[in-house]
Design a protein around this ligand. Structure first.
Ligand code: G3H
Length: 249
């Protein structure tokens, strides 16, 4: 069975709640699609107003992070139950910016993966190498490690519902997209890693996105690759261009 494409916008730390509603209203008609799953991953403070603004549309709402405890004395954190109660269906986990600036590790990402599944939230687990790692030729070793630890203890049934986003760090926000061949090579390698960890059915079901300077001009070629099931889009998800990316065909 062909995998359904999934295109997610990661707004990062952009858009106040009132700006967020205006952006949703602008994008709503442009991202309408029967063929592609569309997700807006938005800052926590925007979630409630974005869920409301997306009602009646094809857009699903995601968070950009969450904590792995149920509740308690964790000042500043957001729990999985808070997200589901607010209408969130997806969560970005282990984005390289969270790993770099907020000390996320493969192990914390793994704990969050478990919590997401417990609460019925679909994780979009990010992985990707630095430029230095690419130049040293250790890209695939590094990413296999991120995937292996991220999915520790996750069942095949859960893994089949997960999304992995391959984002080479050197391509994020730089305008420097990985070539189609580079992106497909790593996404195929991730699928092979999942095949070795689980089985063929899981490898065929899991969706793998590419992220890193995806735009209206390169989306069609990237998403046409056998192992690229859509994109995780930063900068271009805040513009009209996102409609072109969703409707890339
Ligand atoms: O999560 C999205 C990525 O970090 C890509 O960001 P970008 O599209 O601005 O390069």
């Amino acid at each position: 069975m062909a995998r359904r494409k999934i295109v997610a916008g990661n707004w990062k730390m952009n858009q106040t709640p009132s700006q967020a509603v205006k952006l949703v209203e602008m994008l709503k008609p442009l991202v309408a699609s029967d063929e592609v799953d569309v997700v807006f991953c938005v800052p926590a403070i925007d979630i409630i107003s974005v869920v409301e603004a997306c009602k009646g549309s094809n857009i699903k709402v995601g968070a950009e992070n969450m904590y792995f405890e149920e509740s308690g004395a964790y000042t500043g954190e957001i729990s999985p139950a808070m997200l589901t109660d607010a209408g969130v269906e997806y969560v970005v986990l282990g984005h390289s910016e969270r790993r770099e600036y907020f000390a996320e590790t493969d192990l914390t990402v793994n704990k969050k993966m478990h919590k997401a599944f417990e609460h019925g939230i679909t994780p979009i687990m990010c992985c990707g190498e630095t430029l230095e790692q690419r130049e040293q030729g250790v890209t695939m070793d590094f990413i296999r490690q991120q995937v292996k630890v991220g999915f520790l203890g996750i069942t095949a049934e859960q893994a089949q519902k997960a999304v992995i986003a391959y984002e080479p760090i050197w391509a994020i926000g730089t305008g420097k997209t990985a070539t189609t061949e580079q992106a497909e090579e790593v996404c195929a390698g991730i699928r092979q890693c999942i095949r070795e960890m689980y089985d063929d059915a899981t490898a065929e079901a899991i969706r793998i996105q590419y992220g890193g300077s995806v735009n209206g001009g390169n989306a069609a070629e990237l998403f046409a690759q056998a192992d690229i099931d859509g994109g995780l889009v930063g900068g271009a998800s805040l513009k009209e261009e996102f409609g072109k990316i969703v409707n890339y065909r």
